[in-house]
Design a binder for this molecule. Structure first.
Ligand code: BG6
Length: 507
């Protein structure tokens, strides 16, 4: 069935339809497929961006038929309409749009590491194919090697074969290097799409637009004017049912060398020559190479104990399913990064992320130095508040600038005011879950928003001394009560530099 004019007329201006392709999803019954990939594909159908020759083959070990898989996904899509907390929460599911996708679904029951099964699967793939590894990370290398043995990732003239690898990509520098080595013994770098879903967020992509699409920020974006930068990803959710994954992982591995480093790259990298994949990834690499490996003294870890989050009781991390009763896994981390380059020498970058905190906020705060003299010292104004630019990533989306302004009245009294840009005030609300751009870019062969092998390794290299020190340190993380702003050690990290975090618990 061709895309109806109804659905295709929403194609974004200037966009091109992706080439025909079979998307093979390993982990067809998994959470990621249901929660994010299917809604993203549905949204791409709605935008008319998928070709008539697009198909999806779901692969999993679970005993199931195509009809059962498809019906299960259809139910799931409907359930999102009733769940305001789902990443995808449309008012209704458009039947025509869903049918377009549903009739292109096929389920294959197979073991990912069975070369014969993958060979048979290969016979179903006449042309372009993308293999999406939505499976636990311990299978990544084996599955790629098996795809190689089965001969299904060999590209021919005019036919692409690509592999999408989810995070976590390695668990330290050595394992990331080993995984890259094994993957790149089968595939060309240009066939590998290492996902970091933060790069699918509009507000993250917008950081580059703000920085390089406007002249007013760039002259100030350097050590002459910037005092320090804070990058925060605070979550209210706890570990919930993910204890088995989280126990050997912890907040540092889960969030820092991937998501927070991507935010850091967007904020701190030099302007790339163009917006093509290699220029952008070269600019990131140049930045990451300038990061001094983190001194363990500049890293703080915490773990949430029982508390109350947003009015609801939360059990302590150690009481969660799949978690050891004396676990030393950190659910919070704060770090200081030094960047040894011309632009940023002397400007600390403070990174923090944690679960079970009092508020949900992902944001970047660029705090500027104070004016060189206090011109208003004879007046009511004793101390001028510093200027800040706050890049609101989520749930608030936009940009806030904090400025000093004169309070109306006879005295020269300055106060802090905010100038705000909010997405919701300017743009229509999008149903997108963030994977749309990533899937579309992969179909188009655009790797700009995907991580190159060297970028991944450079990020692990920066955090590796901390991982090693923590593995040896039996003292463990500082406990913090769930629903608060995190461990006291994180505040001390900044206090000892004469600074304080931009408050998490503000209105
Ligand atoms: C995932 C982590 O990669 O990112 C989770 O494994 C974390 O622990 C999540 O909650 C945060 O992503 P988002 O898009 O909800 O901010």
């Amino acid at each position: 069935m061709a895309l109806s004019s109804d659905t295709s007329k929403t194609m974004p201006p200037g966009a091109r339809r992706a080439p025909p392709c079979t998307l093979v999803i390993f982990g067809a019954h998994g959470d990621l497929t249901k929660r994010l990939l299917m809604p993203a594909l549905y949204n791409l159908v709605g935008n008319g961006l998928l070709d008539d020759g697009f198909r999806i083959i779901g692969v999993d070990r679970v005993d199931s038929t195509t009809a059962q898989w498809r019906d299960g996904l259809a139910d799931m899509m409907q359930s999102f309409t009733r769940n305001p907390n789902a990443e995808f929460h449309p008012a209704s599911i458009n039947a025509q749009q869903w049918d377009w996708l549903a009739q292109r679904l096929e389920y294959v029951q197979a073991d990912f590491s069975d070369a014969d099964a993958l060979r048979q699967l290969g016979a179903k793939l006449p042309g372009n194919a993308i293999f999406y590894l939505a499976i636990p990370s311990r299978f990544f290398a084996t599955v790629v090697e098996t795809l190689g043995t089965a001969g299904v990732v060999t590209q021919k003239e005019g036919v692409f074969r690509r592999v999408v690898i989810e995070k976590p990509f390695g668990s330290d520098l050595a394992s990331a290097q080993e995984l890259n080595r094994r993957v790149l013994s089968v595939l060309e770098e240009s066939q590998v799409f290492r996902i970091d879903h933060f790069l699918g967020k509009e507000t993250v992509q917008n950081i580059l637009a703000m920085r390089f699409g406007n002249l007013i920020f760039e002259p100030l974006w350097r050590n002459e004017y910037v005092d320090h930068v804070e990058i925060t990803a605070a979550e209210t959710i706890g570990v919930e049912q993910r204890g088995a994954f989280y126990e050997p992982t912890g907040a540092l591995r889960d969030m820092v060398p991937n998501h927070l480093f991507q935010l850091f790259a967007m904020v701190a990298m030099e302007p790339p020559n163009t917006f093509d994949a290699e220029s952008v990834r070269n600019a990131k690499e140049q930045l990451f190479e300038a990061v001094t490996p983190i001194d363990p003294k500049d890293a703080v870890r915490g773990q949430y104990a029982a508390g109350t989050v947003e009015g609801k009781p939360m059990v302590g991390y150690r009481e969660s399913p799949g978690v050891a009763p004396h676990s030393n896994t950190e659910t919070y981390v704060a770090l200081k990064l030094h960047v040894d380059n011309w632009r940023w020498a002397g400007v600390p970058f403070y990174l923090r992320t944690g679960k079970g905190l009092g508020g949900r906020r992902t944001e970047v705060v660029v705090q500027f130095r104070k004016p060189p003299m206090l011109m208003f010292r004879e007046t009511e104004t004793e101390e001028l508040p510093p200027n800040r630019i706050i890049l609101n990533i989520q749930p608030a989306q936009g940009l806030t600038v904090e400025l000093g302004a004169k309070k109306p009245g006879p005295e020269m009294d300055l106060t802090n005011v905010q100038a705000r840009f909010r997405y919701e005030d300017v743009f229509a609300k999008s149903p997108n879950v963030g994977y749309e751009t990533l899937l579309y870019d992969c179909l188009m062969g655009d790797e700009t928003l995907f991580q190159r092998a060297d970028n991944i390794e450079a990020a692990w290299k920066a955090v590796d001394p901390v991982l090693q020190a923590w593995a040896k340190d039996t003292a463990g993380p500082e406990l913090y009560e769930a629903g608060t702003t995190g461990p006291r050690g994180a505040d001390e990290l900044l206090h000892r530099d004469g600074r304080a975090w931009y408050p998490l618990d503000r209105a």
